[in-house]
Design a protein around this ligand. Structure first.
Ligand code: AMP
Ligand code: FE
Ligand code: FE
Ligand code: ZN
Length: 276
């Protein structure tokens, strides 16, 4: 088994469609993938009519929510969520509508800052995405030639507390965890190394998180062993994935370049059946 439990599609800010992701995952021999789009399950719904083929990559349903902490970008993954859950879908609709408004506001702000982009163009770039976001705005800015690469756009304008940053509607970590659980999902703290604040991780553990994304391309070896120890100490699941978006200049460039140990997937699959 080789697996990747953190993948974005064009239902949020990834480049490839869910079907393209599945085809690529099969081609590189991944046994399990989780599709974890930002704030939407539409990518999963588009694969719903696929009959699982023996030997083909199995798809674990997932989602990734950002939470409303003002200082930090804390993201929470939900595995095995019931995509038809009514409260989950109600929240998703609120977030999607708010993301649209926010994208328009960002375009306004960028104009004032001397970086005019066309909102219609941002919409076109977002294409089928339910969750329109900063990477779509960044792509429009890149097209205009204002910056050399996507990370330059983020560090200059779009990162939290940078001039063109606007937050979107989010739930607290506690409410996000509760929502995922109510939709029969397993909440997992995404890439804690990006925040790198162990006190915050402990608070989120207290709030009832069930796993930690120990393996992430942006975690150092030291962070991996620290989060592994923390997860084991608190009896939590360990997960990991590539956070693949398919965006040029962002590691990994190919699906299958970053995979996680087999036994983590077995434990995640097993824990699904142990849910109360
Ligand atoms: P949003 O959900 O609209 O707030 O946008 C967040 C997304 O922007 C993340 O999920 C990443 O895909 C992307 N992102 C955040 N920071 C950076 C960065 N420094 N460079 C490139 N992409 C980033
Ligand atoms: Fe993203
Ligand atoms: Fe994330
Ligand atoms: Zn992600």
């Amino acid at each position: 088994m080789t697996a990747d439990l953190h993948i974005h599609t064009n239902a949020s800010d990834g480049l490839f469609s869910p079907q393209e992701i599945l085809t690529k995952a099969c081609a590189v021999g991944l046994t399990h993938i989780a599709i974890t789009d930002h704030d939407t399950v539409d990518g999963l719904l588009s694969l719903q009519n696929n009959t699982p083929v023996p030997g083909q990559t199995a798809v674990i349903p997932g989602i990734e929510f950002a939470t409303d902490l003002p200082q930090y970008e804390v993201h929470i993954l939900g595995y095995f969520i019931d995509t038809a859950h009514s409260e989950l879908n109600r929240q998703i609709k609120i977030i999607a509508a708010n993301r649209q408004e926010r994208a328009e506001l960002m375009v306004h702000k960028l104009k004032k800052l001397g970086y005019p982009v066309n909102y219609q163009r941002v919409r076109e770039i977002a294409g089928k995405a339910t969750a329109i976001g900063r990477p779509h705005v960044a792509a429009a800015l890149l097209e205009k030639g204002y910056f050399r690469n996507i990370s330059e756009v983020f560090t200059t304008l779009l990162e939290k507390n940078k001039p063109a940053y606007i937050p979107h509607y989010k739930l607290s970590p506690q409410d996000t965890i509760a929502l995922i659980k109510s939709a029969d999902g397993i909440p997992v703290l995404a890439h804690p190394g990006l925040v790198n604040n162990d006190e915050l991780v402990l608070e989120i553990i207290e709030s009832g998180i069930q796993g930690i994304e120990v393996y992430h391309p942006r975690h150092s070896a030291e962070q991996i062993s620290r989060y592994q120890a923390l997860a084991e100490e608190h009896g939590l699941l360990l997960t990991g994935g590539s956070d693949f978006h398919g965006i040029a200049g962002r590691f990994p460039s190919q699906l299958g370049e970053y995979t996680i140990p087999d036994e983590l997937v077995s434990r995640l699959l097993q824990s699904r059946h142990e849910q109360p």
